[in-house]
Write a protein of this length. Structure first.
Length: 285
């Protein structure tokens, strides 16, 4: 699932193509909004909140409609793609289109943004965005990020495992499994360390710094080692059975427990990340 830094990059692409431009076509190909027609509406911006995308629209002057927000969430399979004027989507992908927005004006009039295989496509009044993102904790990429509130939420249950707390979007928004695993390594703590034993202000500061750098870097997107070469970008994620880059200990992994968001696929170095293990019921490789 794309994480907050990846979603921020998607938003930048959409803003480059759509922001400030009137739509010649605006169609949503999902049952709940199949009759919606956004032609004539103007895209104000696409904002992000955690892993959510909020494309805000204004109606034509005098149309008598309230501002709307197109809420999308990529989850595992969704994507946005932008085609330049005159470009067409390959016919084999046409059944995957869930939203289509084509610009009527601007320097690249006729550009089209397409949501493909998008599992969440909702149209709602902008004033009610809180209905879909109000449950989220402080967003690590928000310029007004509230670090103290993030620390409070992460530490609300001191016995909760560190990785599980970092993944809880209600505590802090924007981290996914890759970042949770890499941050545990960089903090030098087992993913199953109770958060009550962790320096949470330091953890939050590191998470914010890492996500902001990744979201804005032209070359270091989701690179945690500082080495951008293929296969060298991460400390532990995806490296089961390989030697730790720092100490040489074999990286271990435990499988995800289906249906349990607290127990995702987890990689760690037992030497560099001392502390509790995953428990006897989970087999480590």
């Amino acid at each position: 699932m794309p994480e907050g830094d990846s979603v921020a990059r998607v938003a930048r692409s959409l803003n480059s193509a759509l922001a400030g431009r009137r739509l010649a076509r605006g169609r949503l190909q999902v049952p709940a909004h199949a009759t919606a027609d956004l032609s004539g509406w103007t895209v104000v911006t696409t904002a992000t909140r955690g892993k959510h995308l909020l494309t805000r629209l204004l109606p034509a002057e005098g149309a008598g409609h309230e501002p709307l927000t197109l809420h999308t969430h990529l989850r595992m399979d969704g994507s946005w793609t932008v085609l330049g004027p005159g470009k067409r989507l390959p016919a084999r992908l046409t059944p995957d289109v869930r939203a289509l927005l084509t610009t009527a004006d601007g320097p690249a009039a006729g550009s089209t943004a397409l949501a493909l295989r998008m599992p969440v496509v909702e149209l709602l009044p902008t004033a009610r965005e809180g209905d879909v993102v109000g449950h989220l904790g402080p967003d690590l990429l928000d310029p007004a990020f509230d670090a103290a509130e993030a620390v409070r939420r992460l530490g609300a249950d001191p016995a909760r495992p560190l990785a599980a707390a970092l993944l809880d979007q209600r505590a802090v928004a924007g981290l996914g499994n890759l970042w949770a695993n890499e941050l545990c390594f960089l903090l030098g703590r087992s993913p199953w360390t109770p958060v009550g034993e962790v320096d949470l202000p330091a953890a939050v500061a590191l998470a914010r710094r890492a996500l902001r750098f990744s979201a804005s870097s032209p070359t270091g997107h989701q690179v945690t080692t500082g080495d951008t070469r293929r296969g060298q970008q991460h400390w532990v994620s995806g490296r089961a059975g390989e030697p730790c880059r720092r100490c040489g200990t074999t990286i271990r992994v435990v499988a995800e427990v289906p249906g349990d968001p607290e127990r995702r696929r987890t990689w760690w170095c037992p030497h560099c990340e001392p502390g509790p293990g995953p428990g006897p019921e989970r087999t480590a490789g």
